[in-house]
Design a binder for this molecule. Structure first.
Ligand SMILES: C[S@@+](CC[C@H](N)C(=O)[O-])C[C@H]1O[C@@H](n2cnc3c(N)ncnc32)[C@H](O)[C@@H]1O
Length: 225
């Protein structure tokens, strides 16, 4: 049975083209992160998520899930795929009519490797890092730490380079051929390399969960006060 929060996210996208609706419904049903993220956010002892940035947000369902689970001051979802952002923004514009609190939410087309300077208290980076080459991964990690406020948290997930990573590589190559995903680079790192990257840029790991399906690594990282 669907949770109320998942039903609310489904409703948020209900007026979109079936292509987008079915994608979001599939993520909510089959991606473990959809079930675990609200639980982790409830355990985040800060009173509010503050200003939330979802980097490489796709259609934005995890920012929406967060905004419906916890108080926040602002939600900004960015992705360089204009089609996904247009869909997310269409759903948001419709929801804003009846939900004034969502007026501080927006989705915009932006390349994560050229983020505009701003300040955020919470950042999501889910399944994006492997699309960047190694120098770009470091550059993005440094840029995110710079815009994260002291005491701010970065929620991170990516696929490691184990068996799941290799399966994912084949799936990614296929979706690139079909034109579903933009870009050319695929650079899965080991879980140790991913952890080292965040330690190197100065974030402290609060929570680490190693998934066995698709070799995923989920981290909650914090910037010191
Ligand atoms: C696998 S999807 C994940 C989407 C979303 N974070 C989620 O978990 O559902 C990866 C997303 O990253 C975006 N992306 C990849 N490289 C990017 C870049 N350099 N700048 C902005 N978005 C990027 C893609 O367009 C895609 O929407």
């Amino acid at each position: 049975m669907k949770s109320t929060i998942h039903q609310q996210v489904t409703n948020f996208y209900s007026a979109l083209h079936p292509r987008h609706r079915f994608y979001v419904q599939g993520k909510l049903r089959w991606d473990d992160l959809s079930a675990t993220l609200p639980q982790y956010l409830r355990c985040d002892e800060r009173q509010s998520l503050g200003r939330l940035l979802d980097v490489g947000c796709g259609r934005g369902q995890y920012g929406v899930l967060a905004g419906l689970s916890r108080p926040l001051d602002q939600l900004v979802g960015v992705d360089f795929d204009a089609g996904k952002i247009a869909a997310a923004q269409r759903a948001l514009t419709r929801a804003q009519i009846s939900q004034p609190a969502m007026r501080s939410w927006k989705f915009s087309v932006e390349d994560a490797t050229y983020l505009k300077a701003s300040a955020f208290d919470t950042i999501f980076l889910f399944d994006v890092l492997h699309y960047l080459d190694e120098p770009q991964q470091l550059k993005l990690a440094q840029a995110l730490v710079k815009i994260l406020s002291p005491g701010g948290r970065l929620y991170f997930r990516d696929t490691g380079s184990g068996l799941g990573g290799r399966v994912n590589l084949l799936i990614e190559k296929l979706i690139r051929r079909l034109g579903i995903m933009k870009g050319h680079t695929l650079n899965f790192r080991t879980s140790d390399q991913l952890e080292s990257l965040w330690a190197h840029v100065g974030l402290k790991c609060l929570t680490k969960v190693q998934g066995d399906k698709f070799s995923t690594l989920f981290l909650i990282l914090e910037k010191s006060e």
